[in-house]
Write a protein that binds this ligand. Structure first.
Ligand SMILES: Cc1cc2nc3c(=O)[nH]c(=O)nc-3n(C[C@H](O)[C@H](O)[C@H](O)COP(=O)(O)OP(=O)(O)OC[C@H]3O[C@@H](n4cnc5c(N)ncnc54)[C@H](O)[C@@H]3O)c2cc1C
Length: 332
């Protein structure tokens, strides 16, 4: 591993200044992803800015909003009474990720910003536009059973990227209309969580819309009426310690048998958590039924494409949406 400078600021502005415009500087939180990437030579920072001493660990509920600091640990958030009471979908998604040991190290900010698990991103013997822009995408003609079915044009795929974003937590935050609070040199800004990650387009090396020295300081989730009518379904190769092949975050507000509000997002299917806005709209005002859920799932799949080994996702994804909605509606 390349030698690097190590800094441990205790103030947010000092951390941001320490990264500054230095292209070789990186924030480090739990380190469970970044250190792996450094060991494999995928990322070689010359300066690490350790943010663990910043005051960003608080979890609280105020004025109809759940507020979670960027350094709150995945395990703490998943077990916090306010999260379990107000946003059980987030707790479910966090519990489904990684392992107990990893969740005790992994932070909220780091989880959202973890890099893809595409094997070609990790294997420097292969071309990868995300790791080395312009080199090509080995996954398009290669082992792509875990890869995207949304958000990439088939004709342009070799110039782009078919890797998926691996975070479970992010799928729940996308579904729950969470906001991301970001601090940069110019001050604070807020964006919708659905605008944090980007589609690959012709710049697949960029995972997010963040500037290099911007720090995520926290996340906020507004109240909703989903209550326990929320379900995170994760389909994976093993029952634990495995990334999603397909996952679905589903939440329903059902009043007198009719759907008042619906939220649906998928993981394991795109370069970013994939929100199914059209399917959500289709559910509104209609009585709960499996037939309705199948229609919504079919609408959600309209723009899906596949690349050979991941053809099965075209059937698995809509079935997962239906199952998640049935669980959320508690009529399974
Ligand atoms: C074997 C294994 C299995 C796993 N399985 C799953 C799984 O099933 N589901 C799942 O969701 N995850 C899974 N993970 C991923 C794990 O959840 C992530 O590694 C972890 O969440 C990253 O958090 P961290 O705090 O360690 O991030 P770090 O490794 O410290 O950082 C990750 C990235 O985020 C940046 N960063 C961190 N915090 C901030 C911030 N506040 N602002 C700006 N930039 C920041 C860093 O610069 C770095 O680029 C798995 C990991 C491993 C190793």
């Amino acid at each position: 591993m390349k030698a690097f400078q190590y800094l441990r600021p205790s103030k947010v502005q000092d951390a941001i200044r320490a990264v500054g415009s230095d292209p070789g500087a990186r924030f480090i939180a739990g380190g469970t992803n970044l250190i792996d990437l450094m060991k494999r030579g995928i990322v070689s920072p010359d300066k690490l800015v350790d943010i663990n001493h910043l005051p960003l660990k608080k979890i609280s509920y105020q004025s109809g909003r759940l507020k979670i600091g960027a350094l709150a640990l995945n395990s703490e958030v998943a077990a916090h009474p306010a999260v379990l009471q107000k946003q059980p979908l987030l707790a479910q998604a966090l519990h489904s990720g990684a392992s107990g040991q990893l969740r005790n190290m992994a932070t909220m900010g780091g989880n959202a910003l973890q890099r893809t698990r595409c094997p070609y991103f990790y294997d420097t013997a292969f071309p990868c536009n995300k790791r080395k822009p312009g080199s090509g995408c080995a996954a398009v003609e290669g082992i792509n059973r875990m890869h995207s079915i949304f958000g990439v044009e088939k004709a342009n795929a070799t110039q782009s990227c078919i890797a998926v974003h691996p975070s479970d937590m992010s799928v729940a935050l996308a579904a729950l209309d969470a906001e991301v609070i970001i601090q940069g040199q110019g001050g604070e800004r807020r964006i919708a969580f659905t605008d944090l990650h980007r589609l690959p387009g012709n710049q697949p090396e960029l995972d997010t819309t963040l500037e290099r020295n911007e720090l995520i300081t926290g996340f906020e989730i507004p109240d909703n009426d989903f209550g326990m009518h929320a379900h995170y379904l994760k389909v994976r190769d093993r029952a634990s310690f495995a990334f999603a092949i397909v996952s679905v975050a589903a939440a329903l507000d059902v009043k007198e048998g009719k759907i008042n509000a619906a939220r649906l997002a998928m993981g394991g299917v795109a370069h970013k958590p994939w929100r199914l806005f059209e399917a959500e709209r289709h559910l509104l005002g209609k009585p709960v039924s499996e037939a309705l859920f199948r229609q919504a799932a079919a609408l959600g799949m309209r723009d899906a494409v596949s690349f050979g080994q991941n053809d099965y996702k075209l059937r698995m994804a809509p079935n997962a949406v239906v199952q998640a909605l049935l669980h959320a509606a508690a009529i399974e």
